[in-house]
Design a protein around this ligand. Sequence first.
Ligand SMILES: *Cc1c(COP(=O)(O)O)cnc(C)c1O
Length: 360
Amino acid sequence: MKYDRAFNFSAGPAMMPEPVLEEIAEEVLNYRGTGMSVMEMSHRSKVFLGIYEEAVADLKELMNIPDNYKVLFVQGGGTVQFAMVPLNLMKNKLACYVETGSWSKKAISEAKKYGEVKIVASSADKNFSYVPDCSNLEIPEDADYVYICENETINGTTFKKLPNTKGKILVSDQSSMFLSKPCKVEDYGLIWAGVQKNVGPAGMAVVIIREDLIGDVPDFCPTYLSYKIHAENDSMYNTPNCWDIYCCGKVFKYLLKLGGLEAVQKMNEEKAKVLYDFLDESKLFTGSVVKEDRSLMNVPFVTGSDEEDAAVVAATKAAGMDNLKGHRSVGGLRASIYNAMPKEGVEALVEFLKDYEAKK
Ligand SMILES: *Cc1c(COP(=O)(O)O)cnc(C)c1O
């Protein structure tokens, strides 16, 4: 390999596409004749405003975002959205949450600070190894919204079908599946995604919000946590994370060039199939999630023995495959195979695991 890069199976921060990194490297000292790096550039400069506008336009094209939705870049990573969503949308102080794993649990405990949370479905009974049926949820008449974590990064489950929200606003944390396949934005009131899983450097979230949901926040709400403030100021109320917006913009353009999200989905399905087919055949390794709800992006699996799991993680690392240790809360192994993970990476992993098993 040209740069001797590892196949990095980290759940985040995760791999970025190599051609994007090359472009960034080329521009890092002098961005297109400006004599400075994007890191050093005023966010009010014409050049940076161009970078910002292009990033928004490219994302709108990529996701087919309708005109009545606003794209925001908000700092504070994914976690800040756990608070921003209830702070901005809990008008009646009642929201419905679907509990499918670690990240929805975090969202739930944060929302409880601002109002009442009704857990309308949960997969806690089976260690979050499936997605509960959400076709007929009991949703109170005055509920402000229904919240899901659409792809649970740690537990490895994904919603194949969106919940029936009975007319209420759907809010989705798409952090670990953002731009991995086509998305019908009009099915949602608000989509947000921490960018370090499938797009760019950590520390920022993309928020896609329907315009009629952008309203006033309670007086005590910190200024920075109001979607209205971000919307009115085109994500530049304060100094934005210019570098991150620039990197994300490059990735949007790269995905458009690949053929858009249909093409990306096809690649991701082929890639995930290689690993899941292996797990289904293997006597040593078992996938942790029921087949119907398996994530295309995060694949947790176990051998059944903690010592064996640790031995496999160490062996893969020595072979140039990094970060395969499962999250500390669930153990085992986990391969995160986001957009930027090449198919060869997954093939190399499967070859390695097959070989490991054969030598047992
Ligand atoms: C990583 C992740 C987050 C948190 O993102 P931070 O930027 O670390 O705050 C939230 N939700 C999901 C689904 C994630 O994968």
